[in-house]
Design a protein around this ligand. Structure first.
Ligand code: NDP
Ligand code: GDR
Length: 385
């Protein structure tokens, strides 16, 4: 039985990858940070009491900033494959915590590679590094491929640049089977709530169910190549199954704007948006509203009327969400991954938006029922990222 070790197991990709590898028959070990509250919601469905027999999903406390701890875990587990997904992964937050981001995202990767090398596991353990399309930043070529030059535009991207090259260097210097997946944005219903897609799908659901009135966003014109996390973790695994270690771009080859994402998400709950104004004055206004059957049934269940009318402003721009340096446009060229890995995405962009909104409508309706019955839920400070 193959053993995999996943850092960042409590994150979006960690959860999908763990599920994928368990289905493939792996024994899956995850590293999670100690936190004062439970933070394993994304993988709780995979958990089995360790006292049972044949448990194949095991967690270890650890942190990418702690080399001795990482080395001990790798020594104990002796993994065949390591997926280094842990990171301070929010671009905007990286401007506020640049040193911590570098410590985790750049030096954390070095610590993982060094642990494999110092433990003499270079012949046994393969390592996948979660590299990113943010490396292209101020893009030098459209679409971006494995040969496009990098131009990082945030402390996050600069830290990931170090991680990219240290992985290449350990491959060349020590023969480690280390690979970078240069992944373009990928989303899902379990995407963190402060990334723009989930922020939008969550707001669309909460607005039609009366839990929120407005959605404030930053750069509506930003263009991204958005895929589904479920497809993208399959590519991570394929990258480590090749005969020789290489780096791959993983992308859909399709591009959409934040504004377009809003249009689709709000349409899923029955709202047609029209856009008026420019720059800071740009607004998303209701052009038409006819609640969809799923929204209608939730409203009935909650026993509530939410009044939304044509002309209501639902989306506004707030400069708080602008970044000091922005990545305006990303579009990946997935030719190499298609030809060498045989990888193509299976979930389309509209299917993904539909799935995300449906999930958030269910979440919002649950919350709405609590609020309506006097069990008010507190707001979240995280909403302000
Ligand atoms: P998430 O933010 O959802 O998950 C990040 C994970 O890293 C969480 O489990 C988090 O733990 C953990 N983590 C953060 N800091 C540390 C630390 N110091 N030590 C140990 N663990 C830590 O990210 P995604 O799942 O979306 O992304 C996975 C990886 O892929 C990241 O490296 C990201 O930068 C990269 N990436 C993501 C893309 C995307 O579009 N999703 C695209 C390209 C690259 P906790 O739950 O405790 O916060
Ligand atoms: P990104 O994702 O920075 O591409 O990094 P994010 O969803 O945060 O932003 C995408 C684009 O949307 C614009 N935007 C907003 N973003 C957020 N978060 N909140 C807003 O209100 C908002 N309004 C507009 C942003 O300016 C940006 O242009 C993600 C992360 O998962 C990284 O870890 C990963 O490496 C890259 O994708 C590929």
């Amino acid at each position: 039985m193959k053993k995999a070790l996943i850092t960042g197991i409590t994150g979006q990709d960690g959860a999908y990858l763990a599920e994928f590898l368990l289905e493939k028959g792996y024994e899956v070990h995850g590293i999670k940070r100690r936190s004062s509250l439970f933070n394993t919601q994304r993988v709780d469905h995979l958990y089995r009491d360790p006292h049972e027999e044949d448990v194949r999903f095991l967690m270890h406390y650890g942190d990418l900033t702690d080399a001795t701890n990482l080395t001990r875990i790798i020594q104990e587990v002796q993994p065949d494959e390591v997926y280094n997904l842990a990171a301070q992964s929010h671009v905007k937050v990286s401007f506020e915590s640049p040193e911590y981001t570098a410590n985790t995202d750049a030096l954390g990767t070095l610590r993982m590679l060094e642990a494999i090398r110092l433990l003499g596991l270079t012949d046994k353990t393969r390592i996948y590094q979660a590299s990113t399309s943010e490396l292209y930043g101020k893009v030098q070529e459209v679409p971006q491929s494995e040969t496009t030059p990098f131009y990082p535009r945030s402390p996050y991207a600069v830290a990931k640049l170090y991680a990219f090259w240290i992985t290449v260097n350990y491959r060349e210097a020590y023969n480690i089977f280390g690979c970078n997946g240069i992944l373009f944005n990928h989303e899902s219903p379990i995407r963190g709530e402060t990334f723009v897609t989930r922020k939008i799908t969550r707001a669309a659901a909460r607005i039609v169910l009366g839990l929120e009135k407005n959605l404030f966003l930053g750069n509506l014109g930003a263009l991204r190549d958005w895929g589904h996390a479920k497809d993208f973790v399959r590519a991570q695994w394929l990258i480590l199954q090749q005969d020789k270690p290489e780096d791959f771009v993983i992308a859909t080859g399709e591009q959409h704007s934040v504004r377009e994402f809003c249009d689709l998400a709000f349409r899923e709950v029955g709202i047609e948006l029209r856009w008026e104004g420019e720059g800071l004055e740009e607004k998303g206004i209701i052009a038409k509203y006819q609640p969809t059957p799923i929204v209608q049934s939730c409203l009935q269940r909650i026993g509530k009327n939410v009044s939304l009318s044509e002309g209501d402003v639902l989306v506004s721009v707030d400069p708080r969400y602008f970044r000091p340096t922005e990545v305006e446009s990303l579009l990946g060229d997935p030719t190499k991954s298609r030809e060498k890995l045989g990888w193509t995405p299976e979930i389309s962009f509209p299917e993904m938006v539909t799935e995300m909104v449906a999930f958030d409508v269910r979440e919002a309706s649950r919350e709405s029922i609590c609020v309506h019955n006097g069990f008010g839920l507190p707001g979240s400070c995280e909403a302000f990222m």
